[in-house]
Design a protein around this ligand. Structure first.
Ligand SMILES: Nc1nc2c(ncn2[C@@H]2O[C@H](COP(=O)(O)OP(=O)(O)O)[C@@H](O)[C@H]2O)c(=O)[nH]1
Ligand SMILES: [Mg+2]
Length: 303
């Protein structure tokens, strides 16, 4: 992996490392391994928004590893912890699809990072030599359509937008139909995160999902939930309600660079059973990266 990418992860995870996990390396480096070590480790992992269940499992398994191997050096503890944490996350894999066009739908609450991530994804797939079409299905606010248009122009990708105030399902339908006609490889649908009070967000998004399948059987081929990493454990509650309504295939963890709560990555896997496909490590278009567990763990724990 190039030094540039390693640095991006280190920089992007600076807050999580400094506020939470960094202190783990510090106190491990300073003390003998004893009962207090485990209690302190437990407290720090919970503060890092890892979730209680995952924290207890991590502490138990690292303690077991240390005892069974008779490890006494703190450096060995750090390595055992890193290995355990890494094993709890999925192997990185660029999400490639066979279907043409492949329809990817992004969902999530308002402000989580959907529109920005849609543009960054367009950039990623385009960099892989794929032709991409962006669809603005957040039709409730003119500003939402304009925001995606600015990004589409910036990454030089065509965009299909619904009518402002129109039906988001119709926007998805038109977008997919246009992509079929243009022989695009990838369609990325940006959806709304908050709707006018008389609509129900989940019902509306379910409709976008259903209508996509009418435009192209099998679509959407992937539905990714965009979560704001700064919201920590709260994001998991949101995720559960999206999972109840839709078939979610993975998570885009946006704003990791603004967050000190990166520990939630472990809770996403453990509590939701979802892989993290991409991570947002900054605001620039190239700052969306495949979620790489090794870089992630090295980024949160200094050694
Ligand atoms: N630092 C940082 N900011 C992000 C990231 N992703 C999104 N944002 C910012 O979060 C805000 C909301 O993003 P937006 O895409 O409009 O969210 P949406 O309402 O879900 O569409 C914007 O100001 C984005 O620039 C990220 O990975 N890092
Ligand atoms: Mg948006």
């Amino acid at each position: 992996m190039s030094e540039n990418i390693v640095n991006k992860w280190l920089k992007g995870l600076e807050k999580t490392r400094k506020v939470a996990f960094g202190r783990i390396a510090n106190f491990l480096g300073a003390s003998e391994i004893n009962d207090e070590t485990w209690e302190e480790l437990e407290a720090l992992l919970i503060q890092a928004d890892m979730g209680v269940e995952t924290t207890l499992a991590v502490v138990d398994s690292v303690r077991e590893e240390i005892h069974s191997k008779g490890l006494t050096q703190n450096e060995e503890l750090v390595q055992a912890l890193k290995q355990d944490l890494s094993d709890r996350l999925d192997e990185p894999k660029f999400p490639d699809f066979m279907e043409k066009p492949t329809v990817i739908m992004l969902v999530g609450v308002n402000g989580s990072g959907k529109t920005t991530s849609a543009a960054k994804l367009a950039y990623q797939y385009q960099s892989q030599g794929k032709s991409v079409l962006l669809v603005a299905a957040d039709t409730y606010r003119a500003a939402a359509i304009d925001q995606l248009r600015i990004w589409a122009d910036r990454v030089n990708v065509p965009m299909v937008a619904g009518q402002q105030g129109g039906d988001p399902g119709a926007a998805a339908y038109d977008g997919i139909t246009a992509a079929v006609a243009r022989k695009s490889d990838i369609v990325i649908i940006d959806t709304a995160g908050r709707l006018h009070t008389r609509y129900n967000l989940m019902e509306e998004i379910k409709k976008v999902e259903r209508v996509s399948g009418k435009a192209l059987p099998g679509a959407p081929h992937a539905t990714w939930l965009v979560l704001d990493a700064t919201t920590g454990q709260n994001a998991l509650q949101q995720a559960k309600s999206f999972q109840k309504a839709l078939k979610i295939d993975g998570v885009i963890l946006a704003k990791l660079d603004s967050s000190a709560k990166g520990g939630m990555a472990f809770a996403i896997k453990a509590q939701l059973g979802l892989p993290i496909v991409f991570a947002g490590l900054g605001e620039a278009v190239e700052d969306l990266r495949i979620f790489d567990r090794k870089s992630f763990v090295n980024g949160i724990i200094e050694s």
